[in-house]
Ligand binder design. Structure first.
Ligand code: PLP
Length: 392
């Protein structure tokens, strides 16, 4: 056998997504294809992004392009911004700079879990959790969100916890449902995790996956679970708010509420583990650019108009959709019930949306609203007609 069992398990957990990703890359090269599959940009990047990178590309010292771990200037800006956003006093030493949220999660898994530990993840949830966990020799334990509302089912999470559970992953605003969870959810979850940690004599960590934290509609407030459960780490990515997922920049933040003796132990592991996972730090220029990038965002008013246009037209046509409170995804029931058949009918018309089977939800589908308004306007008649020809 050529591959490790870990590689086989990780590959199996992501094979469907990987095949779909490769196919969409080919499809996206056709300028007439209306691709709503991944959260990729369909317009030129925000001018501030290349401007910041250009401003920091020219070396100012001989070590400008030396090996860089977490740059102090970046850690300070992140700690300040996070403190303002979440109302907790983050310290620069508790910020590890990473290659986006992907990198932050890999670091968190290495930091907190041992081989064979179980990690609770939401279902439906981001399709990269299972392969990432498998590749880290951890065991994903999917827990269904509440039907219809996609609220976090705290009782179901509590029931899924075993003596091997080490981390519970939560994601708000949530991919793919667009839900943003209120403080009452975090309060209930914190109580459940506290009780389970006590019952099993083992601390359960909370990993709050927050790459969409700044992408919210209609003034919906964001609350991080870090404010309710001290044993929390937060992962973040600039790739979403800049709509530039190829510019890899993010961080893992240790909550300032983690008792200081534990936090110091974790802090001391951030650099060695960042190195050990394959020099997981962002490129030097991305870190130098962070102060400028921290102030940039995609146009939320325009994204809101896109959400309203697509959501309004499809619900008028009889679609059952979850109205997103955040993220740039629209999640709903595939007309006719079979998402693969529904997506295939759309593909025949040059419209590509993501079947829910990628999220283990064969009756649902996801639309990425990162498409242009022109693409949305061109796709709507096809979405309406395909739905009209399928039983509800
Ligand atoms: N977490 C969730 C829920 C995501 O949807 C994504 C990307 O789609 C990530 C993490 C990873 O983000 P990034 O590619 O910016 O590291």
């Amino acid at each position: 056998m050529a591959m490790s069992t870990r590689a086989t398990a990780a590959k199996a957990a992501v094979d469907v997504v990987a095949t779909y990703f490769s196919r969409m890359q080919v499809v996206a090269s056709d300028p007439d294809a209306l691709v709503f599959a991944f959260g990729n940009p369909h317009e030129m990047a925000l001018p501030g992004l290349p401007a910041a990178i250009r401003a920091h590309a020219e070396p100012r010292s001989v070590d400008w392009y030396a090996y860089k771990s977490s740059e102090r200037s970046a850690q300070e800006v992140v700690a300040g911004a996070l403190s303002g956003e979440l109302g907790l006093d983050f310290e620069p030493d508790d910020i590890a700079m990473t290659q986006g949220a992907f990198g932050a999660m890999s670091l968190a898994f290495a930091l907190l879990a041992d081989a064979g530990d179980e990690v609770v993840i939401p279902v439906p949830g981001w399709f990269c959790y299972p392969p990432m966990l498998r590749a880290a020799d951890l065991v994903p334990v999917g827990v269904e969100l509440a039907p219809v509302t996609f609220d976090l089912d705290v009782d179901a999470i509590a029931r899924a916890i075993t003596p091997r559970t080490r981390i519970v992953v939560v994601n708000s605003p949530a991919n793919p449902t667009g839900r943003v969870y209120p403080p009452s959810t975090w309060e209930a979850l914190a109580a459940a995790l506290e009780e389970a940690s006590r019952a099993h004599g083992r601390r359960i960590w909370l990993m709050s996956d927050e790459p969409y934290r700044r992408i919210r509609f209609d003034g919906v407030e964001f609350t991080s679970p870090a404010a309710f459960y001290p044993w929390t780490v937060i992962d973040y990515s600039y790739g979403k708010v800049l709509l530039a997922p190829g510019a890899r920049l993010g961080y893992l933040a240790l909550s300032p509420l983690i008792p200081i003796s534990d936090r110091q132990e974790l802090r001391a592991a951030l650099f060695p583990l960042g190195l050990a996972i394959g020099w997981g730090f962002p490129d030097a220029v991305m870190q130098y650019s962070l102060p400028e990038l921290e102030t940039l965002s995609i146009d939320m008013a325009e994204l809101t108009r896109k959400r309203d246009r697509m959501y309004g037209a499809l619900t008028d046509a009889g679609y059952e959709l979850t109205r997103p409170e955040g993220t740039f995804y629209l999640w709903g029931k595939a007309p006719g019930g079979d998402a693969e058949a529904f997506c295939a009918a759309l593909e025949d018309r040059g419209v590509y949306v993501m079947p829910g089977s990628l999220f283990d939800q064969p009756h649902q589908f996801r639309i990425s609203l990162t498409a242009t308004m022109t693409m949305i306007d061109r796709a709507i008649p096809h979405l309406v007609e395909v739905a009209a020809h399928r039983d509800p």
